[in-house]
Design a binder for this molecule. Sequence first.
Ligand SMILES: Cc1cc2nc3c(=O)[nH]c(=O)nc-3n(C[C@H](O)[C@H](O)[C@H](O)COP(=O)(O)OP(=O)(O)OC[C@H]3O[C@@H](n4cnc5c(N)ncnc54)[C@H](O)[C@@H]3O)c2cc1C
Length: 402
Amino acid sequence: MSRRKFLIGMGGIAVASTPGMLLAARSRLKVGIVGGGIMGASIALHLAQAGADVTVFEKTAPASGATGKSFAWLNAFSDDAHYRDLRLQSLAAYHQLQAQMQLDITWGGSLLWKQEPEAAVKLRERALRLDRAGYRMRVLGPEEFSALAPNLVPGAFEAAVYAGLDGHLDPVQVTHKFLDEAMKYGAGVLYPCEVTDLKFSGSRLTGVATTSGEYSLDRLVIAAGVDTPTLAAKADYVVPLQHSPGILAHSVPLPALIRTVNEHLPVSFKQTSSGRIVGTDSSYAPEIPVHREILRGRQEFPSAELRSMHGRRILDRIATLLPGARGAPLQRLTLGFRPLPEDGFPIVGYVPGSDHVYIAVTHSGVTLAAIMGQLIGREILDDLALAALAPYRPQRFSDQAL
Ligand SMILES: Cc1cc2nc3c(=O)[nH]c(=O)nc-3n(C[C@H](O)[C@H](O)[C@H](O)COP(=O)(O)OP(=O)(O)OC[C@H]3O[C@@H](n4cnc5c(N)ncnc54)[C@H](O)[C@@H]3O)c2cc1C
Protein backbone atom coordinates (compact mmCIF):
# COMPACT_ATOMS: atom_id res chain seq x y z
CA MET A 1 0.00 0.00 0.00
CA SER A 2 1.40 3.42 -0.77
CA ARG A 3 0.36 6.52 1.07
CA ARG A 4 -1.08 9.54 -0.67
CA LYS A 5 1.38 12.38 -0.39
CA PHE A 6 -0.04 15.85 -0.38
CA LEU A 7 2.15 18.72 0.57
CA ILE A 8 0.31 21.35 2.52
CA GLY A 9 1.97 24.61 3.53
CA MET A 10 2.36 26.05 7.01
CA GLY A 11 -1.13 27.52 6.62
CA GLY A 12 -2.41 23.95 6.66
CA ILE A 13 -1.49 23.72 10.32
CA ALA A 14 -4.52 25.73 11.36
CA VAL A 15 -6.84 23.22 9.69
CA ALA A 16 -5.25 20.43 11.67
CA SER A 17 -6.55 21.92 14.90
CA THR A 18 -10.10 20.99 13.90
CA PRO A 19 -10.46 17.28 14.60
CA GLY A 20 -13.07 15.31 12.70
CA MET A 21 -13.66 16.20 9.04
CA LEU A 22 -11.14 14.37 6.86
CA LEU A 23 -9.83 12.54 9.87
CA ALA A 24 -13.10 10.74 10.48
CA ALA A 25 -12.57 8.84 7.23
CA ARG A 26 -9.89 6.68 8.84
CA SER A 27 -11.41 6.82 12.26
CA ARG A 28 -10.93 3.25 13.37
CA LEU A 29 -7.35 2.93 12.31
CA LYS A 30 -5.57 1.02 15.09
CA VAL A 31 -2.57 3.07 16.13
CA GLY A 32 -0.07 2.00 18.76
CA ILE A 33 2.19 4.60 20.36
CA VAL A 34 5.38 3.55 22.12
CA GLY A 35 6.13 6.02 24.91
CA GLY A 36 4.07 7.85 27.49
CA GLY A 37 6.23 10.98 27.48
CA ILE A 38 4.83 14.36 26.47
CA MET A 39 5.27 13.60 22.76
CA GLY A 40 3.52 10.23 22.88
CA ALA A 41 0.80 11.71 25.09
CA SER A 42 0.09 14.62 22.73
CA ILE A 43 0.07 12.34 19.68
CA ALA A 44 -2.31 9.99 21.51
CA LEU A 45 -4.59 12.88 22.43
CA HIS A 46 -4.85 14.23 18.90
CA LEU A 47 -5.29 10.80 17.29
CA ALA A 48 -7.92 9.71 19.81
CA GLN A 49 -9.82 13.01 19.46
CA ALA A 50 -9.89 12.45 15.72
CA GLY A 51 -11.42 9.01 16.20
CA ALA A 52 -8.49 6.59 15.92
CA ASP A 53 -8.32 3.44 18.02
CA VAL A 54 -5.25 4.36 20.11
CA THR A 55 -3.13 2.33 22.51
CA VAL A 56 -0.17 3.87 24.36
CA PHE A 57 2.50 1.43 25.56
CA GLU A 58 4.71 2.82 28.34
CA LYS A 59 7.42 0.64 29.82
CA THR A 60 7.64 2.42 33.19
CA ALA A 61 5.12 5.19 33.91
CA PRO A 62 3.93 8.31 32.07
CA ALA A 63 6.54 11.11 31.99
CA SER A 64 9.23 8.87 33.48
CA GLY A 65 11.71 9.58 30.64
CA ALA A 66 13.17 12.92 29.51
CA THR A 67 9.79 14.59 30.05
CA GLY A 68 9.89 14.20 33.83
CA LYS A 69 13.43 15.62 33.92
CA SER A 70 12.84 18.54 31.60
CA PHE A 71 13.23 22.25 32.27
CA ALA A 72 10.07 22.67 30.17
CA TRP A 73 10.74 26.17 28.88
CA LEU A 74 8.39 26.86 25.97
CA ASN A 75 10.31 28.99 23.52
CA ALA A 76 11.06 29.56 19.85
CA PHE A 77 14.79 30.28 20.05
CA SER A 78 16.23 29.10 16.77
CA ASP A 79 18.08 30.80 13.95
CA ASP A 80 16.49 28.39 11.46
CA ALA A 81 13.39 30.12 10.08
CA HIS A 82 11.33 26.97 9.41
CA TYR A 83 12.10 25.44 12.79
CA ARG A 84 11.43 28.73 14.59
CA ASP A 85 8.05 28.97 12.86
CA LEU A 86 7.20 25.43 13.90
CA ARG A 87 8.06 26.32 17.50
CA LEU A 88 5.97 29.49 17.31
CA GLN A 89 3.07 27.44 15.95
CA SER A 90 3.46 25.16 18.94
CA LEU A 91 3.25 28.07 21.38
CA ALA A 92 -0.01 29.05 19.65
CA ALA A 93 -1.24 25.45 19.83
CA TYR A 94 -0.53 25.43 23.59
CA HIS A 95 -2.75 28.50 23.99
CA GLN A 96 -5.56 26.59 22.28
CA LEU A 97 -5.03 23.48 24.38
CA GLN A 98 -4.83 25.58 27.53
CA ALA A 99 -8.23 27.08 26.77
CA GLN A 100 -9.74 23.66 25.99
CA MET A 101 -8.18 21.68 28.82
CA GLN A 102 -7.31 24.23 31.52
CA LEU A 103 -3.60 23.45 31.26
CA ASP A 104 -1.51 25.16 33.91
CA ILE A 105 0.98 27.14 31.76
CA THR A 106 2.79 30.22 33.01
CA TRP A 107 3.07 32.69 30.13
CA GLY A 108 5.58 34.98 31.83
CA GLY A 109 8.07 35.37 28.98
CA SER A 110 11.80 34.85 29.43
CA LEU A 111 14.69 37.06 30.44
CA LEU A 112 18.23 36.58 29.19
CA TRP A 113 21.11 38.80 30.20
CA LYS A 114 24.85 39.06 29.69
CA GLN A 115 27.71 40.82 31.40
CA GLU A 116 30.59 40.21 29.01
CA PRO A 117 30.65 42.92 26.30
CA GLU A 118 31.20 40.56 23.36
CA ALA A 119 28.41 38.17 24.44
CA ALA A 120 26.15 41.17 25.08
CA VAL A 121 26.60 42.45 21.52
CA LYS A 122 25.74 39.00 20.17
CA LEU A 123 22.65 38.73 22.39
CA ARG A 124 21.36 42.14 21.31
CA GLU A 125 21.98 41.42 17.62
CA ARG A 126 20.26 38.05 17.86
CA ALA A 127 17.27 39.56 19.64
CA LEU A 128 16.86 42.21 16.96
CA ARG A 129 17.14 39.60 14.22
CA LEU A 130 14.59 37.29 15.83
CA ASP A 131 12.24 40.17 16.57
CA ARG A 132 12.34 41.27 12.93
CA ALA A 133 11.54 37.67 11.97
CA GLY A 134 8.37 37.71 14.08
CA TYR A 135 9.55 36.20 17.40
CA ARG A 136 8.83 39.18 19.65
CA MET A 137 11.87 40.37 21.66
CA ARG A 138 12.64 43.53 23.59
CA VAL A 139 16.04 44.81 24.63
CA LEU A 140 15.72 46.07 28.22
CA GLY A 141 17.46 48.70 30.31
CA PRO A 142 17.94 48.21 34.08
CA GLU A 143 14.68 49.96 34.99
CA GLU A 144 12.51 47.96 32.66
CA PHE A 145 14.29 44.83 33.87
CA SER A 146 13.42 45.46 37.52
CA ALA A 147 9.86 46.41 36.62
CA LEU A 148 9.44 43.04 34.92
CA ALA A 149 11.18 40.97 37.58
CA PRO A 150 11.36 42.98 40.83
CA ASN A 151 12.68 40.03 42.86
CA LEU A 152 15.64 39.38 40.56
CA VAL A 153 19.06 40.87 41.30
CA PRO A 154 20.76 40.52 37.93
CA GLY A 155 23.96 42.47 38.79
CA ALA A 156 25.42 44.95 36.34
CA PHE A 157 24.68 43.78 32.81
CA GLU A 158 25.67 44.90 29.33
CA ALA A 159 22.57 43.56 27.59
CA ALA A 160 19.23 42.11 28.63
CA VAL A 161 16.49 40.74 26.43
CA TYR A 162 12.87 39.86 27.11
CA ALA A 163 11.11 37.24 24.96
CA GLY A 164 7.49 37.94 25.79
CA LEU A 165 5.89 34.99 24.00
CA ASP A 166 7.68 32.35 26.07
CA GLY A 167 6.23 30.32 28.86
CA HIS A 168 6.82 27.31 31.06
CA LEU A 169 4.83 24.40 32.41
CA ASP A 170 4.98 21.33 34.60
CA PRO A 171 5.72 18.61 32.03
CA VAL A 172 4.58 15.74 34.26
CA GLN A 173 1.24 17.33 34.97
CA VAL A 174 0.66 18.24 31.32
CA THR A 175 1.58 14.74 30.11
CA HIS A 176 -0.96 13.24 32.52
CA LYS A 177 -3.59 15.72 31.36
CA PHE A 178 -2.98 14.79 27.71
CA LEU A 179 -3.26 11.08 28.51
CA ASP A 180 -6.37 11.52 30.68
CA GLU A 181 -8.02 13.48 27.89
CA ALA A 182 -6.98 10.86 25.30
CA MET A 183 -8.58 8.19 27.51
CA LYS A 184 -11.84 10.14 27.48
CA TYR A 185 -11.79 9.61 23.71
CA GLY A 186 -11.27 5.89 24.18
CA ALA A 187 -7.46 5.58 24.14
CA GLY A 188 -5.88 2.78 26.13
CA VAL A 189 -2.81 3.71 28.19
CA LEU A 190 -0.90 0.63 29.30
CA TYR A 191 1.91 0.70 31.86
CA PRO A 192 4.17 -0.82 32.84
CA CYS A 193 4.13 -2.41 29.40
CA GLU A 194 7.30 -2.54 27.34
CA VAL A 195 7.23 -3.03 23.59
CA THR A 196 9.84 -5.71 22.98
CA ASP A 197 9.44 -6.41 19.28
CA LEU A 198 7.72 -5.30 16.08
CA LYS A 199 5.73 -7.86 14.11
CA PHE A 200 5.71 -7.83 10.31
CA SER A 201 4.12 -9.76 7.49
CA GLY A 202 6.63 -9.14 4.71
CA SER A 203 7.33 -5.43 4.98
CA ARG A 204 3.91 -4.66 6.46
CA LEU A 205 3.65 -4.05 10.20
CA THR A 206 1.03 -6.25 11.81
CA GLY A 207 1.55 -5.41 15.47
CA VAL A 208 3.87 -5.43 18.45
CA ALA A 209 5.02 -7.88 21.08
CA THR A 210 4.98 -6.44 24.59
CA THR A 211 5.58 -7.61 28.13
CA SER A 212 1.77 -7.92 28.37
CA GLY A 213 1.27 -9.92 25.18
CA GLU A 214 0.85 -9.20 21.49
CA TYR A 215 -1.27 -6.42 19.96
CA SER A 216 -2.31 -6.14 16.35
CA LEU A 217 -1.95 -2.66 14.85
CA ASP A 218 -2.35 -0.79 11.57
CA ARG A 219 0.27 1.86 12.45
CA LEU A 220 2.95 2.25 15.08
CA VAL A 221 4.39 5.55 16.31
CA ILE A 222 7.71 5.21 18.10
CA ALA A 223 7.94 8.15 20.50
CA ALA A 224 10.25 6.40 22.90
CA GLY A 225 12.72 9.25 23.51
CA VAL A 226 16.29 8.02 23.90
CA ASP A 227 15.06 4.42 23.50
CA THR A 228 13.75 5.14 20.00
CA PRO A 229 16.90 3.79 18.25
CA THR A 230 16.46 0.32 19.80
CA LEU A 231 12.94 -0.10 18.42
CA ALA A 232 13.60 1.69 15.14
CA ALA A 233 16.43 -0.76 14.46
CA LYS A 234 13.75 -3.48 14.32
CA ALA A 235 12.34 -1.60 11.33
CA ASP A 236 15.85 -1.36 9.87
CA TYR A 237 16.31 2.30 10.63
CA VAL A 238 19.26 3.84 12.47
CA VAL A 239 18.21 6.85 14.55
CA PRO A 240 21.21 9.12 14.98
CA LEU A 241 21.01 10.65 18.47
CA GLN A 242 23.61 12.55 20.48
CA HIS A 243 24.23 11.63 24.10
CA SER A 244 23.09 14.61 26.15
CA PRO A 245 22.74 14.40 29.93
CA GLY A 246 21.33 17.29 31.97
CA ILE A 247 20.62 17.90 35.66
CA LEU A 248 18.00 20.06 37.34
CA ALA A 249 17.59 21.03 40.98
CA HIS A 250 14.04 21.37 42.34
CA SER A 251 13.47 23.27 45.60
CA VAL A 252 10.54 22.79 47.94
CA PRO A 253 7.63 25.16 47.18
CA LEU A 254 8.28 28.83 48.01
CA PRO A 255 5.99 31.87 47.91
CA ALA A 256 5.61 33.36 44.42
CA LEU A 257 8.80 35.22 43.43
CA ILE A 258 9.05 35.19 39.65
CA ARG A 259 7.08 34.32 36.50
CA THR A 260 9.78 34.64 33.83
CA VAL A 261 12.14 31.88 32.70
CA ASN A 262 15.57 33.30 33.48
CA GLU A 263 18.86 32.67 31.72
CA HIS A 264 22.14 34.14 32.87
CA LEU A 265 24.42 31.42 31.57
CA PRO A 266 25.49 29.04 32.89
CA VAL A 267 22.56 29.52 35.29
CA SER A 268 18.94 29.13 34.17
CA PHE A 269 15.88 28.82 36.36
CA LYS A 270 12.14 29.33 36.74
CA GLN A 271 9.54 29.05 39.48
CA THR A 272 6.77 26.55 38.78
CA SER A 273 3.14 27.36 39.45
CA SER A 274 3.43 25.15 42.55
CA GLY A 275 6.20 27.45 43.85
CA ARG A 276 9.24 25.23 43.25
CA ILE A 277 12.42 26.83 41.97
CA VAL A 278 13.74 24.61 39.17
CA GLY A 279 17.05 25.23 37.47
CA THR A 280 20.59 24.30 36.64
CA ASP A 281 24.04 25.83 36.46
CA SER A 282 25.25 23.76 33.53
CA SER A 283 23.37 22.53 30.48
CA TYR A 284 25.83 19.64 29.97
CA ALA A 285 28.12 17.42 32.03
CA PRO A 286 31.55 19.11 32.13
CA GLU A 287 34.39 16.94 30.79
CA ILE A 288 36.18 16.12 34.02
CA PRO A 289 37.47 12.69 35.09
CA VAL A 290 34.61 11.98 37.55
CA HIS A 291 32.12 12.44 34.71
CA ARG A 292 33.71 9.72 32.59
CA GLU A 293 30.80 7.27 32.96
CA ILE A 294 28.01 9.83 32.52
CA LEU A 295 29.65 11.16 29.37
CA ARG A 296 29.60 7.64 27.93
CA GLY A 297 26.10 6.39 28.66
CA ARG A 298 22.92 6.56 30.66
CA GLN A 299 23.08 6.00 34.40
CA GLU A 300 21.54 6.99 37.71
CA PHE A 301 23.37 9.30 40.11
CA PRO A 302 25.92 7.11 41.89
CA SER A 303 24.97 8.38 45.37
CA ALA A 304 22.51 10.46 47.36
CA GLU A 305 25.43 12.60 48.62
CA LEU A 306 26.34 13.53 45.07
CA ARG A 307 22.77 14.44 44.30
CA SER A 308 22.50 16.75 47.27
CA MET A 309 25.94 18.29 46.60
CA HIS A 310 24.94 19.22 43.03
CA GLY A 311 21.46 20.30 44.09
CA ARG A 312 22.69 22.54 46.91
CA ARG A 313 25.28 24.20 44.66
CA ILE A 314 22.71 24.92 41.95
CA LEU A 315 20.13 26.38 44.34
CA ASP A 316 22.81 28.54 46.00
CA ARG A 317 23.87 29.92 42.61
CA ILE A 318 20.27 30.67 41.70
CA ALA A 319 19.82 32.46 45.04
CA THR A 320 22.61 34.90 44.17
CA LEU A 321 20.26 36.15 41.42
CA LEU A 322 16.99 35.52 43.27
CA PRO A 323 17.67 36.32 46.94
CA GLY A 324 14.12 35.39 47.97
CA ALA A 325 15.10 31.78 47.27
CA ARG A 326 18.11 31.85 49.61
CA GLY A 327 18.37 28.72 51.75
CA ALA A 328 15.43 27.00 50.01
CA PRO A 329 15.64 23.30 50.82
CA LEU A 330 16.37 20.97 47.92
CA GLN A 331 13.46 18.68 47.16
CA ARG A 332 15.12 16.62 44.45
CA LEU A 333 17.75 16.60 41.74
CA THR A 334 16.95 14.99 38.41
CA LEU A 335 19.36 13.57 35.87
CA GLY A 336 17.79 13.31 32.42
CA PHE A 337 18.92 12.40 28.92
CA ARG A 338 17.74 14.55 26.05
CA PRO A 339 16.48 12.75 22.94
CA LEU A 340 18.71 14.96 20.81
CA PRO A 341 18.98 14.12 17.09
CA GLU A 342 22.45 14.37 15.60
CA ASP A 343 21.69 17.58 13.67
CA GLY A 344 19.58 19.14 16.44
CA PHE A 345 16.29 18.95 14.52
CA PRO A 346 13.29 16.66 15.09
CA ILE A 347 13.11 13.28 13.35
CA VAL A 348 9.46 12.84 12.39
CA GLY A 349 7.81 10.61 9.81
CA TYR A 350 7.62 7.07 8.44
CA VAL A 351 10.91 5.20 8.47
CA PRO A 352 12.38 4.70 5.01
CA GLY A 353 10.65 1.85 3.23
CA SER A 354 7.66 1.65 5.58
CA ASP A 355 4.13 3.06 5.41
CA HIS A 356 3.33 1.80 8.89
CA VAL A 357 6.15 2.57 11.29
CA TYR A 358 6.38 6.26 12.20
CA ILE A 359 9.07 7.87 14.33
CA ALA A 360 8.72 10.97 16.49
CA VAL A 361 11.88 11.87 18.37
CA THR A 362 13.00 15.36 19.19
CA HIS A 363 14.73 17.66 21.59
CA SER A 364 12.58 20.57 22.75
CA GLY A 365 9.83 18.01 22.79
CA VAL A 366 8.02 19.91 25.54
CA THR A 367 7.89 23.06 23.41
CA LEU A 368 6.96 21.05 20.31
CA ALA A 369 4.50 18.49 21.70
CA ALA A 370 1.40 20.62 21.10
CA ILE A 371 2.00 21.16 17.39
CA MET A 372 3.60 17.76 16.80
CA GLY A 373 0.49 16.04 18.18
CA GLN A 374 -1.71 17.95 15.72
CA LEU A 375 0.50 17.45 12.69
CA ILE A 376 1.42 13.83 13.30
CA GLY A 377 -2.21 12.93 14.04
CA ARG A 378 -3.19 14.46 10.75
CA GLU A 379 -0.39 12.84 8.74
CA ILE A 380 -1.29 9.40 10.04
CA LEU A 381 -5.06 9.61 9.76
CA ASP A 382 -5.26 11.51 6.47
CA ASP A 383 -2.29 9.86 4.72
CA LEU A 384 -0.68 13.23 4.27
CA ALA A 385 2.88 14.46 4.16
CA LEU A 386 2.68 17.99 5.52
CA ALA A 387 5.17 20.63 4.43
CA ALA A 388 5.36 21.77 8.05
CA LEU A 389 7.26 18.54 8.80
CA ALA A 390 9.11 18.15 5.48
CA PRO A 391 12.58 19.22 6.71
CA TYR A 392 12.49 16.72 9.58
CA ARG A 393 12.01 13.40 7.80
CA PRO A 394 13.98 10.30 8.82
CA GLN A 395 15.03 10.00 5.15
CA ARG A 396 17.59 12.78 5.61
CA PHE A 397 19.76 10.25 7.42
CA SER A 398 18.84 7.36 5.14
CA ASP A 399 22.40 6.87 3.94
CA GLN A 400 22.82 5.52 7.46
CA ALA A 401 20.03 2.95 7.08
CA LEU A 402 21.12 -0.57 8.01
C1 LIG B 1 17.66 18.37 31.38
C2 LIG B 1 16.66 18.58 30.26
C3 LIG B 1 16.18 19.85 29.99
C4 LIG B 1 15.27 20.05 28.96
N1 LIG B 1 14.76 21.30 28.75
C5 LIG B 1 13.81 21.50 27.81
C6 LIG B 1 13.18 22.76 27.69
O1 LIG B 1 13.45 23.70 28.43
N2 LIG B 1 12.23 22.90 26.72
C7 LIG B 1 11.87 21.86 25.89
O2 LIG B 1 11.00 22.05 25.04
N3 LIG B 1 12.47 20.65 26.00
C8 LIG B 1 13.42 20.44 26.93
N4 LIG B 1 14.02 19.22 27.08
C9 LIG B 1 13.72 18.19 26.09
C10 LIG B 1 12.38 17.53 26.34
O3 LIG B 1 12.24 17.23 27.71
C11 LIG B 1 12.26 16.29 25.51
O4 LIG B 1 12.48 16.60 24.14
C12 LIG B 1 10.87 15.66 25.65
O5 LIG B 1 10.57 15.44 27.01
C13 LIG B 1 10.82 14.37 24.87
O6 LIG B 1 9.58 13.77 25.13
P1 LIG B 1 9.30 12.32 24.57
O7 LIG B 1 7.90 11.99 24.93
O8 LIG B 1 9.69 12.28 23.14
O9 LIG B 1 10.37 11.38 25.31
P2 LIG B 1 10.36 10.82 26.79
O10 LIG B 1 9.80 11.77 27.76
O11 LIG B 1 11.74 10.30 27.06
O12 LIG B 1 9.34 9.61 26.72
C14 LIG B 1 9.66 8.40 26.10
C15 LIG B 1 8.93 7.31 26.89
O13 LIG B 1 9.06 6.10 26.18
C16 LIG B 1 9.11 5.05 27.12
N5 LIG B 1 9.68 3.88 26.44
C17 LIG B 1 10.92 3.77 25.91
N6 LIG B 1 11.07 2.56 25.33
C18 LIG B 1 9.90 1.90 25.47
C19 LIG B 1 9.43 0.62 25.08
N7 LIG B 1 10.22 -0.24 24.41
N8 LIG B 1 8.16 0.27 25.38
C20 LIG B 1 7.35 1.13 26.06
N9 LIG B 1 7.75 2.36 26.46
C21 LIG B 1 9.01 2.74 26.17
C22 LIG B 1 10.00 5.62 28.22
O14 LIG B 1 9.78 4.94 29.46
C23 LIG B 1 9.55 7.08 28.26
O15 LIG B 1 8.55 7.31 29.25
C24 LIG B 1 14.88 18.97 28.13
C25 LIG B 1 15.34 17.69 28.43
C26 LIG B 1 16.22 17.48 29.49
C27 LIG B 1 16.68 16.08 29.82
